[in-house]
Design a protein around this ligand. Structure first.
Ligand code: OOG
Ligand code: MG
Length: 261
């Protein structure tokens, strides 16, 4: 089914309202039979609302690229979303809990893209060629759906729960280490809540970015030099409260720490 344009715009507005008013909503799929294609159309309409409001697109994200995240969310295929300028937290910035509904944090590997990359046969190797630096990061996700309950299409429409993200300031050149072997230890208030290695991401974090580029090719776009790309949560996301200190420690790349306020 293809959703008419006015319905696409309607759902994009409903999701934008949920963000603005910090209100949870029920899954769109509960009201209609939403296809992934329609869901990506709603996501794009939502991003258009943000750009009309003056926000700049700064990159893209892959989600549900680790088995841990797929099991946690009950969805078993990767999804793709858009990062805008307003989502970036600078080093030292707290997570503004009072602007969010029910935020969770997850550790991520971040690719800083140095050269444009597009096409439906892009490989992990191409991604390494076009990446300037790989960094550690933390993503703050905040589903607009009650209790983070959604279908594959619902979460796509909701721009894959994107809310905020942070990027470590020191990274590595992508071929100087084996990205699959980067170890990550994730802690909340000094207590380790999970560990994983890069290969938790579809076997290879660069493959997650390649799959994202192949997805973008369907819509006739790609990654641009200067883009930031999140490769997907390495492990289960954790719910956060004001005062929490969240830290992702990585081998090979700089650790990232943030406080929730
Ligand atoms: C969906 C967002 C998934 C990731 O890294 O897997 C995501 C969610 O868990 O709400 O960002
Ligand atoms: Mg994520």
């Amino acid at each position: 089914m293809t959703l008419p344009k006015n319905e696409v715009e309607h759902w994009a507005e409903v999701l934008a309202e949920a963000v603005r008013h910090r209100t949870e909503m029920s899954g769109i799929s509960k009201s209609l039979d939403l296809s992934p294609e329609d869901a990506y159309a709603i996501q794009s309409a939502g991003i258009e609302l943000r750009t009309i409001a003056g926000e700049r697109i700064v990159g893209a994200k892959a989600g549900l690229t680790s088995r841990a995240k797929q099991l946690q969310m009950g969805v078993d295929a990767p999804i793709y979303g858009v990062l805008t300028e307003g989502m970036l937290l600078a080093p030292g910035d707290p997570i503004p809990i009072d602007q969010l509904i029910h935020p969770r944090c997850e550790p991520e590997l971040v690719f800083l893209i140095g050269h444009d990359l597009a096409g439906n046969n892009v490989t992990a190797d191409d991604v390494l060629d076009c990446t300037d630096s790989v960094r550690g990061g933390i993503e703050v996700i905040d589903s607009r759906y009650a209790r983070f309950e959604f279908t594959f299409a619902d979460v796509i429409a909701d721009n894959t729960s994107a809310a905020k993200y942070l990027v470590g300031s020191e990274g590595v050149s992508p071929r100087s280490v084996d990205l699959r072997e980067i170890r990550c230890s994730f802690s909340l208030n000094g207590e380790v809540v999970g560990t994983a290695t890069g290969d938790a991401l579809l076997g290879d974090p660069a493959e997650c970015v390649a799959a994202l580029v192949r997805h973008l090719a369907f819509g006739g776009s790609g990654l641009c030099a200067g883009d930031t790309v999140l490769a997907g949560g390495l492990m289960d996301a954790i719910a956060i409260q004001p005062g929490d200190v969240i830290r992702a420690s990585y081998s090979a790349v700089e650790d990232v720490e943030v406080t929730a306020q």
